[in-house]
Design a protein around this ligand. Sequence first.
Ligand code: UD1
Ligand code: CA
Length: 457
Amino acid sequence: MPASTPLHIIVLAAGGGSRMKSLKPKVLQMLAGKPMLAHVLAAAKALNPARIHLVYGHLGAQVRAEINDSALNWIEQIVQSGTGDAVKLAMHHVPDGVRVLVLYGDSPALRPDTLEKLLQVPQPLCVLVSEVAAPAGLGRVQLDAQNRVLAIIEAKDATPAELAVNTVNTGVLTAESRQLRAWLAQLTPNNQQHEYYLTQIFEFAARDAQPARAVFTTDAFEGFGANDAWELAQLERYLQQREVRRLCQTFGLRVADPARVDVRCTSVEIGADVELDVNVILAGSVKLGAGVKIGAFTRICNVELAAGTEVLSHCDLDGVISTGACRIGPFARLRPGTKLAAGAHIGNFVETKKAHIGASSKANHLSYLGDVEIGAHVNIGAGVITCNYDGVNKFVTQIDDGAFVGSNSSLIAPLKIGANATIGAGSTITKDAPPEMLTLTRIAQVTRTWKSKRRRG
Ligand code: UD1
Ligand code: CA
């Protein structure tokens, strides 16, 4: 088929997935931070097809809601009577004379490059196969000396001799649409599972002297599907290793241990000389400037950190922006809406939320800073709490440049602390504190002579 032939992709995602032992449909099981099916659809989209047809069924409403993509042609398979039946349903929406690519929604590791390679084979029928040491439940591919497919036998139907074959079906095939339709019309459910197997078409093609061409994966794991939780866990490790490798090779990322970084990102951008210590999780959208260092046991989710920012160990950052080099942690929790300017320090056991921290301002120990606007060169003492919530509404605390808030003060919002104001330690501040002045609320300390009961006794 010429390269210009339109491409229709059929993705199968209707199966029950009972082996997963989960209340969630199999294709929505999470892998590297997104549903398994989302990985398959991303690879499909990368091929720029004319149309993607998605066959869904089991817990279909959940699948539709979660994937939420109206550009797909959603086709419901009400009774899941096999992969052959699923493709047949989708073929009602595919014209003659186009190229069809079938993908399984539970095989999420396939790279667009590999699929392109398969699409380049000018054969009317082509299948992606792998050589694996322990093929267990996978379909066995019978080949002749020229890598032409004679048949694909499902494990449940195979004789011991057929099971001894190590070449397996990945489930990925390409076909000319008119031919495919003709073969699908001949499927019979004469097998152990009484299902319409898509794999039966390979027998028909061989019979019609048009045997499928088998193309081998270079990395067997790529074609691996996840039917149960153990396979899912192995795929997770495989995808993580692959993504960390990509980040190292693309951005020069330094990792202390590639096996102890997890990437669950929707997008990642990393500058030069960024370092990740062990057990770091990157999630959501992550942008790290040059020289950023992330300490051990830290999660970074939806963050943008300016060059030179250092996050020490055991921090949790979610929805954070630093606009200049600053220092965070160890043991800090930065929640959505936190924005740090150059030279800011957020230290141990400090929690921030909707907090703007100005240049060179510091909150080094034990604080809650919520709904705050903090200027430059402000010092927040240990144990300072912004009391931003009265049980119904949230209020803002504003702390202007150069202010010094003494330790263990409660700032009852709404409140403004003026520039260069000092708040005496241990104060409960309920009204605005003027600039340049000392404000404190404190009962005078008294000292008396007395004898304690212990001394009297
Ligand atoms: C299938 C192949 C097997 C191959 C393996 C690779 C068949 C008959 N067998 O087996 O040769 O080695 O994949 O991973 O094709 N689905 C539907 N509708 C259905 C049944 C299944 O949409 O009626 C979907 C499932 O959601 C799944 C995919 O098709 O995404 C594959 O089905 P599954 O039951 O997992 O097939 P396997 O037993 O893994
Ligand atoms: Ca499967």
